[in-house]
Design a protein around this ligand. Structure first.
Ligand code: ST9
Length: 623
């Protein structure tokens, strides 16, 4: 039986009843994807995920790839290869591939709706299979040569990697020391050691194309300190003719020199890659091409990172959803104890644990967060749809770009933190001691989801990105727009009476959230030495950026659930009986989340307002 339990109904509810993507499916940018096609894609990928992709989930964990340093190989298990091939052969990945290189672009909402199923059933399939998406970045940032390279990646199904991190440059990418020097033939030699590189070794395709950040040497105006001095190079494992894609038979000097032993997500190889070291492999140079022949590496790499952050958040949330549904199935079957009203009667009939109040609290906590954060992913994707639609019409939707940018750290940072914590404290807990056993999938979910708070920028990085870049640098334009939408919702006189109390809770939480943003801005301004401030006050901001991310995540999630609650109430008032339990569940989740989560926001504001510098003044020895 599959470990993977899905909620296709909820994905469809989001897309077709709340976001109404059918209004723009089949038009302009997405003319080949109409509503029927989108529904059948979602249905087929959901089936495939449960039946074929999930099949190797456990094997990939129990029999992970083993690195052989003599041959620099680490083959994946045969079962995983089978699942991977099934996914690649089905070609649904073309929906996320640029049209110019053989894609059939679908709206982001449909892509991430479908993506949830792959990421929830066996995420490394999506990660190894991301070559065509990477190729899109190569194509859009590239010159004619790179366009051809992008096409080879798609046609030959090469695996691709994003290569930023070094042993001493993790969160601080700008500290990277890998360097690049220009050859007479226009290619570059890259030298350095990179760490934590996903998918750099495998036996899933004939070649791997690394997208490497390195500092060019001897070029005017490029190669300076920090991230801005980095350029992006395309460095293959095996050298090839960029014109034809044919391998030339030369091994390139990009060698995997270690594969990490990890807590989870073990089938996804996490590698050390050594470039251009004369003492490694055959000592060949690591030759590559400068992407687009422009020195703009960090911005080009962020085209990849933005998509990968969305992927990581969606992976985490997908895992929480299947964790919840596994816990729910277990709770419906597990008989333990008497109903609390008969606790004193030792002869009272034993009941399933769904009768116990604390289990109900736990199940509704899991359900409301999983569904709120699915709504968050798909709502974010709907802004990406607006960006795509504008582009197809030859325009730019700057507001949509900004709102998407604002939401990304919430999807990634808030989504991954809430998911991994709830998987451990609630989903696994529902199974009691059995949750600790490998007989059930949840212990693997907890291990596999932990990485989501770490890679693609830790939660602390997401918090900083959220405040400094997405709010302050944006002059709160996107935030103002979003807050305006929430305010309009809470003030709507036509809202259902059943959610009146929750709207009031949301209105209050919005006020508290706005006060929290103002507090951080005041702290920031008080750190401005040029206006007589104390530069150390910036520490106060640093003590609160993750808090802000989490608080605004709660507010947005509650709003999205209440919006869904309104749609569900309207549906319940319509055709009687149709999907009644589903819609009742939607209303209940919205009410529960608002009542349980929103009142805590006032306390978060108070904590932020009381922040002082005592923690920063404490001597290190006192820790
Ligand atoms: C990793 C791999 O963890 C994990 C698994 C990978 C699985 C891969 C497979 C699946 C992926 C699928 C992908 C498909 C791709 C394609 C899809 C296409 C549709 N937003 O603030 P500054 C830029 S890998 C946008 O001064 P610092 C911007 O250009 C490791 N851009 O930063 C900016 O210039 P400007 C992941 C941003 O202080 C410039 O950077 N590692 C953003 O120099 C400098 O900005 C990490 O994620 C942004 N949010 O450096 C690193 N932020 O301002 C984490 C910056 O002029 N660390 N830029 O616009 C950070 O993110 C740091 O904040 C830092 C700071 C490095 C950016």
């Amino acid at each position: 039986m599959s470990h993977y339990k899905t909620n296709l109904r909820d994905v469809e509810f989001n897309l077709f009843e709340v976001l109404k993507v059918q209004d723009y499916l089949g038009t302009s940018a997405f003319e080949e994807i109409d509503e029927d096609t989108a529904r059948s894609v979602l249905g087929e990928v959901e089936r495939m995920a449960r039946e074929e992709l999930a099949a190797s989930y456990v094997d990939g964990d129990r029999n992970p790839p083993v690195f052989d340093p003599k041959t620099n190989t680490a083959p994946v298990p045969a079962s995983f290869k089978k699942s991977y091939d099934a996914w690649m052969d089905a070609e649904f990945w073309r929906l996320g591939t640029l049209k110019e290189i053989g894609g059939t672009p679908a709206p982001s909402t449909v892509q991430w709706g479908m993506g949830e199923f792959v990421l929830g059933s066996n995420a490394p399939i999506w990660m190894y299979g991301a070559g065509p998406m990477f190729a899109g970045v190569v194509y859009s940032n590239g010159n004619e040569r790179d366009h051809k390279i992008a096409q080879h990646v798609v046609d030959r199904r090469w695996i691709t990697t994003m290569v930023l991190t070094e042993p001493d440059a993790g969160s601080d990418v700008g500290a990277g020391r890998a360097k690049a020097t220009l050859n007479e033939d226009g290619t570059w030699n890259v030298q350095g050691v990179k760490r934590f590189i996903t998918s750099a070794v495998h036996d899933l395709s004939e070649n791997t194309l690394h997208m490497v950040l390195a500092r060019p040497e001897g070029v005017d105006g490029a190669g300076g300190p920090g991230t801005k001095g980095l350029s992006l190079f395309l460095v293959p494992e095996f050298y090839f003719d960029p014109e034809t894609g044919e391998l030339t038979g030369e091994r390139n000097g990009a060698y995997v020199t270690n594969v990490e032993h990890k807590m989870g997500l073990k089938v996804s190889n996490t590698c050390e890659v050594t470039f251009g070291d004369p003492g490694v492999g055959g000592g060949e140079p690591a030759r590559g091409w400068l992407l687009g022949e422009v020195h703009n590496g960090i911005a080009q790499m962020f085209d990849v990172i933005e998509n990968a952050r969305m992927m990581v958040g969606t992976k985490a949330i997908a895992t929480l959803s299947t964790g919840y549904l596994n816990a729910l199935d277990y709770a419906k079957e597990r008989i333990q104890g008497a109903d609390l009203t008969q606790a004193a009667d030792k002869t009272a009939p034993r009941v399933t644990i769904t009768h116990h109040p604390d289990v109900r609290r736990s199940l509704m906590t899991q359900k409301s967060y999983a569904e709120a954060m699915r709504a968050l992913v798909l709502f974010t994707a709907s802004w990406q749809d607006k960006v795509m639609l504008a582009k197809a019409g030859g325009e730019r939707d700057e507001l949509a770009e900004k709102v998407n940018d604002l939401l990304l750290p919430i999807v990634k940072g808030y989504g991954s933190e809430k998911s991994w914590v709830l998987l451990g404290t609630e989903s696994l807990q529902t199974l009691g001691g059995s949750g600790f056993l490998q007989e059930y999938p949840i212990e693997q979910y907890v291990r596999d989801a932990k990485i989501d708070t770490l890679y693609e920028g830790t939660t602390a990085i997401q918090g900083q990105d959220f405040f400094f870049r997405k709010i302050v640098k944006d002059q709160a334009q996107a935030l103002g727009h979003l807050a305006g939408e929430i305010a309009t919702f809470v003030q709507d006189k036509d809202g259902h009476a059943e959610l009146k109390g929750e709207r009031e809770l949301l209105a209050k939480a919005l006020e508290e959230g706005q006060a929290l943003v103002s507090e951080l801005i005041n702290q920031l301004m008080s750190a401005d030495a040029s206006s007589g401030g104390d530069v150390r006050n910036i520490y106060k901001v640093g003590l609160n950026t993750t808090r802000l991310l989490m608080v605004l995540g709660d507010i947005v999630c509650s709003w999205l659930l209440l919006r869904q609650g309104e749609v569900a109430l309207a549906a319940l008032a319509g055709e009687p009986g149709k999907d009644q339990a589903f819609y009742q569940g939607k209303v209940a989740a919205a009410q529960f989340f608002a009542r349980e989560v929103l009142p805590k926001i006032a306390a978060e504001r108070a904590i932020a307002e009381a922040t002082d510098l005592s923690l920063m003044d404490l001597p290190e020895d006192a820790f």
